[in-house]
Design a protein around this ligand. Sequence first.
Ligand code: B1M
Length: 211
Amino acid sequence: MAGSIEQIRDYIIEGNKNGAVAAVEQALAEGISAASILNDAMISAMTEVGARFERDEYFVPEMLISARAMQAGMDKLRPLLVQSGVQPLATVAIGTVKGDLHDIGKNLVSMMLEGAGFAIKDLGVNVDPDKFVEAVREGADIVAMSALLTTTMANMKNTVEALKAAGVRDKCKIMIGGAPVTQTYSDEIGADGYSPDASSAARLARQLAGA
Ligand code: B1M
């Protein structure tokens, strides 16, 4: 049993998508629970991938390849997790802010968050502040905004203001990131946190969720 878990973990860390899917299927056939596969293999693997990124052993391409292997395994697992009532740490509504079409970093952050045990509601790119408000009204616990353009960063502030105006600011935590974004800007606009990369984003989200 430990062998299958170890194998899924290794395949994800190596970024072997087909291997990861086959190993998840094998683990399920052996009767290992979806929750154990999620926690002991997937989350553990993505934590290791994040650690390697922070030690400069992995870079964005390696992290993306591992995240894609994790997601392929998750596609097998997701229906079973729902069936067995496994609760995510929290629901994150993630999107690239209005006016901004860059989504490579946002997608990577999204995959790392899923790998860390969060349910993801991906709002896509060019996301209007009202869409974030709607997502919080529908139950999102964390609003996660990405911006790559200095000109669109202002829409992070506009989204914080829209959440306040709609009376739902205290129902969610707000995290932001993207190349031009800084901790100072996060403080300035009243977000709850900033992270510079996908690996630290997963850590920040866990903190914000109190996990
Ligand atoms: Co554009 N682009 N782009 N672009 N683009 C940049 C960002 C730019 C720096 C290039 C440059 O001039 N040197 C520049 C911005 C300048 C500025 O404002 N400071 C720029 C520009 C100007 C533009 C256009 C305006 C160009 C034009 O049309 N004249 C235009 C804007 C379109 C629009 O959005 N409205 C444009 C368009 C495009 C493409 C469509 C061609 C393409 C995007 C494709 C796509 O995303 N599907 C593109 C690309 C690819 C880039 C560069 C080359 C790469 C961005 C990227 O994907 N990086 C970029 C230059 C560069 O960065 N070298 C550039 C890899 C990605 C993994 O990193 O997104 O930073 P990043 O994400 C990181 C962190 O930032 C962080 O974690 C991620 C992973 O570690 N992070 C978060 C991101 N979001 C986070 C959220 C979090 C936490 C962390 O919490 C919620």
